[in-house]
Design a binder for this molecule. Structure first.
Ligand code: HEC
Ligand code: HEC
Ligand code: HEC
Ligand code: HEC
Length: 476
């Protein structure tokens, strides 16, 4: 009864509760449908959520008239995965000091949307925001070599790019954070857009790219190659020496090329005595003394295709890629490997021994005094010595030290005999005790001009000190 009364007593209350729930359900359905409706196309999302800040149509204009970067050509510009990550809040800001730093704008986190909406926006970009000026496939990323990226990295600094766009070096952000961050540009941009931007940046943002204006066509290729690999670990670099041009290389054609292009300096029989040699310092390498088939193909390719400077050697060893093409370079390398096997090594200490002589005559230029005085700042721990050993024997680029200085450090590596003056004999303590740590540091970083000792500018200070720790263990 009580129950019944209760039931009778409460209906009004119940109705109110039900009505409320009803309202809530309707309301949320309404809100949801609102949401769903506007989410039904990317275009609608863009209109309602993005246009307050970004432009989607119009002519390029000064960044100082914009609230945010233009998205007029977003479909051609960004990789889809990056757009999704950006819009779902998984990417760091691009403009570290705020896009409108001139107005004292603080950096704000970019708005985010749920993944489903980000997908719709990306669809919209790809369908409607395509730039007809960008040729798909214009930049063939599959032909980029490591060396070209290295050149790009140099140009990036020489042309001041680093002054306004940060990149990552050894895991650290470096450069001026004025414009967009390019440290992960290989994961953000479509490379064809980057390339088109590079051809004339004014077509996108007026007064943003005059710095590229005096870069050569090849230089542009290198810079774009450099940007295209930023943020991409394990990028599959092109290795020309593994292509069909090398498979089908011809020794006979190579011999002809050698006669026409190389003998003028290196001599017809590879003795380094061509007509031009008398005026050159350093002297052309004596090919007859080099066992070419022991040298890494990557090194041979680079020194011939890109010239001496590309491997830290003298720029008077010309770059042949443009003259001979890929096939010509392959042919001439085939000729070198088939013809020159190196000279039999004389016993150390005997006349005619390429090195191994002790004490060793030494005319190396003195390092500047502030380097002379340096002592090795890292301890001679087993780990440091082993790290130095690995570089010396295997990993140093462009060429492992042992190729000239020899596995034992006695200066009798495969290339050693080709060089005048010969490589330093690190096993000779009489000579080595006269050479300071700082002197070695300087020569390893800068090379010994006029000799075969190349510059290893790409090694970090730490690596050079590790090498020196190792070299000190070789003296007997
Ligand atoms: C309140 C203004 C604002 C709104 C709204 C806004 N953005 Fe942005 N957006 C910016 C700013 C500022 C940047 C510069 C990047 C940064 O944060 O450093 C940016 C950067 C971007 C970038 C990278 C541009 C580049 O080339 O550097 C994309 C892509 C982008 N926004 C897409 C969108 C989309 C899509 C929407 C709508 C869903 C949107 N944004 C809404 C202000 C806004
Ligand atoms: C003095 C500063 C400055 C220098 C130096 C500079 N840039 Fe820029 N760069 C800009 C500005 C400004 C923009 C337009 C984007 C923006 O509004 O920040 C831009 C845009 C770009 C973009 C397109 C970015 C995007 O997402 O739209 C690339 C790529 C780029 N620069 C590469 C380079 C390269 C390569 C160099 C060197 C050759 C270089 N920049 C030198 C200021 C500079
Ligand atoms: C204008 C003169 C000149 C011409 C022409 C020339 N070279 Fe050289 N080459 C040099 C000089 C000088 C060096 C030594 C550079 C150094 O030690 O810094 C050198 C070094 C080399 C080396 C490196 C050997 C080493 O010690 O690592 C190779 C390989 C080589 N040349 C191949 C060629 C080939 C192949 C051709 C023809 C396609 C050629 N060179 C044409 C001047 C020339
Ligand atoms: C292509 C041959 C070649 C390669 C590779 C090479 N060197 Fe040398 N190195 C030489 C020659 C030649 C000399 C003698 C230079 C001279 O007489 O001035 C030399 C001299 C030196 C000296 C003595 C400097 C001095 O003041 O006497 C050091 C130290 C040295 N090399 C370290 C290295 C290290 C470390 C590596 C590897 C990272 C290396 N070299 C790779 C050819 C080479």
């Amino acid at each position: 009864m009580n129950m019944r009364t209760g039931m009778i007593r409460h209906p009004g209350h119940r109705v109110t509760t039900m009505a409320w729930s009803f309202v809530v359900v309707i309301l949320s359905l309404f809100l949801l449908s609102q949401n769903e409706l506007s989410a039904s196309t990317g275009a609608e999302i863009v209109v309602s959520e993005c246009m307050a800040c970004h432009r989607f149509t119009g002519e390029p204009t000064s960044r100082f008239k914009l609230l945010a970067p233009d998205l007029i050509w977003a479909g051609s510009k960004y990789q889809r995965d990056w757009v999704i990550r950006w819009l779902t809040g998984q990417e760091p800001p691009l403009y570290a000091k705020g896009y409108r730093w001139d107005q004292g704008e603080e950096l704000e986190r970019h708005m985010t949307v749920p993944r489903s909406r980000a997908e719709l926006i990306a669809d919209y970009f790809e369908e409607y925001l395509i730039d007809p000026r960008v040729k798909v496939g214009a930049f063939d990323i599959s032909t980029i070599t490591k060396k070209e990226v290295e050149f790009g990295a140099q140009l990036y600094k020489e042309h001041a790019c680093i002054g306004c766009h940060r990149i990552k070096e050894n895991g650290k952000l470096v450069g001026g954070p004025q414009s967009t961050d390019l440290s992960e540009s290989g994961r953000r941009y479509k490379v064809d857009w980057l390339y088109r931007f590079g051809i004339n940046p004014q077509d996108y943002v007026p007064h943003s790219g005059e710095f590229l204006a005096d870069v050569s066509e090849l230089g542009l290729r290198y810079i774009i190659a450099f940007l295209a690999v930023q943020g991409r670990e394990n990028f599959p670099y092109f290795e020309p020496w593994k292509t069909k041009e090398f498979e089908q290389a011809s020794v006979a054609r190579g011999q002809q090329l050698y006669k026409e292009y190389c003998a003028q300096c290196h001599g017809f029989t590879g003795q380094g005595d061509g007509p031009a040699a008398s005026g050159l310092s350093p002297k052309p390498a004596i090919h007859a003394n080099i066992p070419f088939d022991t040298l890494p193909m990557e090194y041979l390719y680079n020194v011939i295709y890109h010239g001496g400077r590309s491997v830290g050697k003298a720029p008077i060893m010309p770059y042949w890629g443009l003259t001979l093409g890929q096939q010509g370079v392959a042919d001439v390398i085939a000729y070198l490997r088939a013809t020159f096997k190196g000279k039999p090594q004389a016993a150390p200490g005997k006349p005619g021994a390429p090195s191994g002589v002790c004490p060793q005559p030494r005319q190396t230029k003195q390092a500047p005094p502030e380097f002379q005085r340096l002592t090795n700042p890292i301890p001679a721990t087993e780990a440091n010595i082993q790290a130095g050993k690995r570089l010396f024997q295997e990993t140093a680029k462009p060429l492992a030290c042992k190729q000239c200085h020899g596995e034992k450090g006695d200066g009798r590596g495969p290339l050693g005999a080709a060089l005048v003056p010969p490589p330093r004999n690190f096993t000779c303590s009489d000579t080595m005790k006269t050479i300071s740590d700082g002197q070695m540091f300087w020569i390893i970083k800068h090379g010994s001009p006029g000799t075969g000792m190349m510059a290893f500018a790409n090694l970090s200070d730490q690596e050079v000190w590790q090498l020196i720790q190792y070299i000190r263990t070789l003296a007997q």
